[in-house]
Design a protein around this ligand. Structure first.
Ligand code: PEP
Ligand code: MG
Length: 324
């Protein structure tokens, strides 16, 4: 299958109505990095740093992490890598951390909540990232930010670590970009200042969808109950895209839906023009997107909404079928 798509590999993803959609890949382990070239991804839109912590039986040391992140940046050869700080808790429990007994771990003490309450590990991780960059550009993203204040506090941690690095005489990144994931509905309604201040936003569709519909992504009985192309959800995503446009905030989407061609087409049509997905999805997504016009798909979505349909899937599928 990869071969079928290899002719597209080095081509930009331009739709039939001349819109460019930027396709990045998700990664988490060193073994993922060769896919950056073979998939034709523009960069790593989500590097899940917790995977490195999950495959060990003890907390990695700062210098080990720095060496590892340096190898990631080396392998990326100048392509942008978005390092997401540790996203643990919920479904991702570190074997060497005291397990928390929580009735609802997905709604519990996880990700940035842990990092802000016990900042030691994130500070160590930030320091490792700065040492790894060693003057090169660096992009950092915080997971599970639910309100503006959490972003501001996480950002203050970065500034503190950065100032210490400078005092110690270490090189700091040439260019530092700090963004966050939008994976709780609350953040979509954050004050304007948040959207102006954050340097980029990436929608974590897996979590965002589970909280939007109150349907546990780990629970087989409910996880497929609500369609990702549900009109309410798409309207919600569109609202996020409008807020980002109004403040010139770069927006991407990095949940699993970004790697499903029809979903990816709809996301691009409602204005989300950067998608990050597993490497094997880049070919199929690009092949589909290049055949269609986003403005036409957008009209199909709008009409399905006007008719009061629960999901736009059927309408979009019919459009794709008739078109070809
Ligand atoms: C998400 O929630 O969509 C996401 C990309 O993060 P993760 O799947 O690691 O929770
Ligand atoms: Mg998530």
């Amino acid at each position: 299958a990869m071969e079928r798509y290899s002719v597209l590999r080095d081509k930009p993803c331009i739709t039939a109505d001349h819109r460019e959609v930027h396709l990045h890949m998700n990664a988490g382990l060193m073994a993922d990095l060769p896919s950056l070239d073979s998939s034709g991804a523009e960069g790593v839109g989500l590097f899940r740093t917790e995977l490195q912590f999950l495959v060990r039986n003890q907390m990695p040391k700062r210098m080990e992490l720095a060496a590892l992140y340096a190898r990631v940046l080396d392998a990326a050869r100048g392509k942008r890598v978005v390092f997401r700080t540790l996203d643990i808790g919920s479904d991702k429990v570190l074997p060497y951390m005291k397990p928390q007994e929580e009735p609802n771990p997905a709604l519990g003490w996880r990700a940035i909540r842990v990092a802000l309450d016990r900042p030691g590990v994130m500070r160590m991780q930030l320091q490792a990232l700065f040492r790894a960059a060693n003057g090169r550009p660096l992009t950092i993203m915080f997971p599970f930010i639910a309100q503006y204040e959490e972003y501001a506090r996480a950002r203050a941690e970065v500034d503190t670590v950065l100032a210490r690095e400078e005092r110690l005489g270490h090189r700091v990144p040439d260019k530092l970009e700090i963004g966050c994931m939008l994976e709780t509905p609350s953040l979509a309604f954050a004050p304007e200042q948040f959207f102006r201040e954050v340097e980029f936003i990436s929608i974590g569709g897996n979590d965002l969808k589970q909280f939007f519909f109150a349907a546990d992504r780990e629970n087989e009985r409910v996880r497929r109950r609500y369609d990702s192309l549900n009109t309410s959800f798409l309207s919600f995503l569109e609202n996020i895209a409008r807020r980002c446009e109004a403040t010139d905030t770069p927006l991407s989407f990095c949940g699993e839906d970004a790697g499903r061609p029809v979903e990816a087409l709809c996301l691009a049509a409602i204005g989300i023009r950067t998608l990050s997905m597993r490497p094997a999805s880049i070919g199929p997504v690009k092949a589909l997107l290049m055949r269609y016009s986003l403005s036409e798909v957008r009209d199909v979505i709008e009409e399905a909404k006007q008719r009061g349909e629960q999901s736009v899937r059927q309408a979009v599928m019919e459009y794709l079928r008739d078109f070809s």
